[in-house]
Design a protein around this ligand. Structure first.
Ligand code: NDP
Length: 230
């Protein structure tokens, strides 16, 4: 299996979870580092050729890829009127175009195997919205359309495509937020705490298991109730 952004944060927790379940796991990131036991592969998901090369490298070592978790993501927050073309593209290129590159390449071998599991890491804010994150929220909402279109295209071939939608999870990404923003989120979360990367990894593991073969095009929240109803 492949996990993009598998070197840290949520992706790393997904890698460790699947390693513990006995999978052969490749962690893709720009630096190429990986947790012990995983194959670390250099990959910039925004670049189609880099994704192609990474998949070939993984297949040479592990064989065909049956599970792909498109998890790599970035933020570049600012208010709409201050958002530059570069701010927009930096986020969309990784979060959406990167997921497209991974999905397209992964589905190729999944079709041959007549089995596959695609999971996209979305976000609660994809459907909830977030001031100062128009680029990020739009990119995460796009993953829902991507997963659902893939479901309609290849759902009859044993392949599922789902979105896991984390809320506020303790990682490098949220550590960047100032204390006031963190406190505001915490106050709005029914569970009254931030989430753990392992809690997201457990949801990803479910979506990828054999028993989840009839779950596709779904958005599975892991957000302590923050996004209820959205
Ligand atoms: P981190 O910032 O901790 O990790 C981001 C990961 O993405 C890193 O592994 C990074 O690797 C990788 N990455 C970034 N750009 C690229 C690229 N161009 N090519 C390949 N890999 C790349 O974030 P999180 O673990 O918090 O986030 C993981 C996912 O979860 C993201 O999609 C994020 O949007 C989503 N999410 C996170 C939430 C949170 O509260 N933390 C909430 C909701 C969603 P490297 O920089 O080494 O290349």
């Amino acid at each position: 299996m492949i996990v993009t952004g598998g070197n840290r944060g949520i992706g790393r927790a997904v890698v460790e979870r699947f390693l513990a379940e006995g999978h052969k796991v490749a962690a893709l990131s720009r630096g190429g580092d990986a947790p012990d036991g995983a194959l670390g592969v250099v990959c910039d998901v925004a670049d189609a050729a880099s994704v192609e090369a990474a998949f070939s490298q993984v297949e040479a070592v592990h064989g065909p890829v049956g599970i792909a978790v498109a998890n790599a993501g970035v933020t570049q927050d600012t208010l709409l009127l201050r958002m530059s073309e570069e701010d927009w593209r930096a986020v969309v290129d990784v979060n959406v175009t990167g997921a497209f590159h991974v999905a397209k390449r992964a589905v190729k071998s999944m079709l041959r195997a007549k089995w596959g599991r695609l999971v996209f890491t979305g976000s609660v804010v994809g459907l909830y919205g977030s001031a100062g994150q128009a680029n990020y929220c739009a990119s995460k909402a796009a993953l829902v359309g991507l997963a659902r279109s893939i479901t309609r295209e290849v759902g009859a071939r044993g392949i599922t495509a789902n979105v896991v939608a984390p809320g506020f999870i303790e990682t490098d990404m949220t550590a960047k937020l100032d204390e006031a923003t963190q406190a505001k989120y915490r106050a709005a979360i029914p569970a009254a705490r931030l989430g753990l990367a392992d809690e997201v990894a457990a949801a990803v593991a479910y979506l990828c298991c054999d028993e989840a073969g009839y779950v596709s095009g779904a958005v599975l929240p892991v957000d302590g109730g923050l996004g209820m109803g959205h």
